[in-house]
Design a protein around this ligand. Sequence first.
Ligand code: CMP
Length: 140
Amino acid sequence: MTAERTLSIIKPDATRRHLTGAINALLEKAGLRIIAQKRLRLSRQQAEDFYAVHKDRPFYQDLVAFMTSGPVVVQVLEAADAVALNRRIMGATNPAEADEGTIRKTFAESIEANSVHGSDSPENAGQEIAFFFSDDEIDG
Ligand code: CMP
């Protein structure tokens, strides 16, 4: 099967608690290759644009504030079926509903401060990867 790519974000609640390495270890153990990665601080505009699909949801302004509250680590993950595999290892959006052993069950603080983001479809993965990375920054 051809390798698929997905975008992952390690969120400010996780970088603040120095969990980047622990989360990367879980991703790699699950078979996801980290083929690009950078740590940065999202501008308000970037956070608004990245989460534009949620702009009419009641949590949107809080989400933008949270995502700009500290550094994030944006990453491109590659594997066969990477989108679904990453979503499985992340666990449910709400950590209270996440399965044992998932990243969110293990580390997330709340439905908002839920430690990681992962693309929800291969199509969105392509758009989200292009949001943060140029082709020459990705070494498959
Ligand atoms: P993420 O996968 O990054 O996509 C949207 C984010 O909105 C989600 O993870 C949560 O961090 C955040 N969020 C905050 N409140 C809610 C909510 N009630 N339902 C879904 N997502 C929420």
